[in-house]
Design a protein around this ligand. Structure first.
Ligand code: AMP
Length: 223
């Protein structure tokens, strides 16, 4: 039987005094440079009961190209730049609400695998009141040329125009170093697990599971 062992809430100040806010989303951050395999691993892990994968890149790509938000996304992603934080957080929040309402995500029971967010320190701070971060899986890759070649493969297979152009890929990697890497300092060191992103998908998966099993196991007990 499944058992919920944590119910993290936070207290907010309002004109009526202090009140208990909605329970925060419990999350594991999949963190790493473009091409490090966050999406591949996130998709696999999202099929495991009790986990719910959310990729902001996928949420953005699902937007209607003719909508205002779709146009904003195209404008930034085609240059390899980050979409502004207010738009990103708003889109992420409405995605979470939609998934919860549709019962595909059960807050307090499922652990969210956040893939591609937060992408800078401001986003990390904006998420804190809504997200309880249980672990940060940092996919590390010392070989930049390997990541670039993965991005090229993906561009061909998935038709991703941002990864098809060399200068856009370079810009994405630059932004990762300048804006995204500092996000690691936002979290306590004991939350961060460095995982070697090189190797076959199953090898990387096995390394990640070593960190996730101790988080999920206490939530389950035999009937
Ligand atoms: P990804 O699929 O994660 O590589 O994201 C593709 C593009 O979506 C990025 O280059 C950004 O333009 C945009 N994007 C995805 N996630 C975020 C985020 N958290 N903040 C800002 N832009 C994002």
């Amino acid at each position: 039987m499944e058992r919920v062992v944590r119910a993290p809430c936070h207290v907010v100040a309002s004109s009526e005094g202090f009140q208990l806010a909605e329970q925060r989303h419990e999350a594991i951050l999949l963190f790493g440079a473009p091409g490090s395999g966050k999406g591949t691993q996130g998709k696999i892990l999202g099929t495991v009961p009790g986990f719910f994968h959310v990729s902001t890149g996928d949420v953005f790509r699902a937007l209607d190209n003719n909508s205002e938000l779709g146009a904003i996304f195209n404008e930034y992603s085609s240059r390899g730049e980050l979409v502004p934080d207010d738009v990103t957080i708003r889109i992420w929040r409405s995605h979470m609400q939609r998934e919860e309402k549709a019962d595909r995500y059960r807050r307090g029971r499922d652990i969210v695998l956040l893939d591609g967010i937060p992408r800078n320190v401001n986003q990390a701070a904006l998420l804190d009141p809504e997200v309880d971060t249980l672990k940060v899986i940092h996919l590390t890759c010392s070989d930049e040329s390997e990541m670039i070649s993965r991005l090229r493969d993906r561009a061909l297979k998935q038709g991703r125009s941002d990864d098809a152009r060399e200068e856009v890929v370079r810009r994405r990697l630059e932004i990762y170093k300048e804006e995204t890497q500092p996000v690691l300092d936002h979290y306590s060191k004991d939350l961060i697990a460095a995982v070697d992103a090189l190797g076959a998908p199953v090898e990387v998966l096995a390394r990640i599971l070593e960190h996730l099993a101790p988080i999920q196991a206490p939530r389950f007990e035999s009937a």
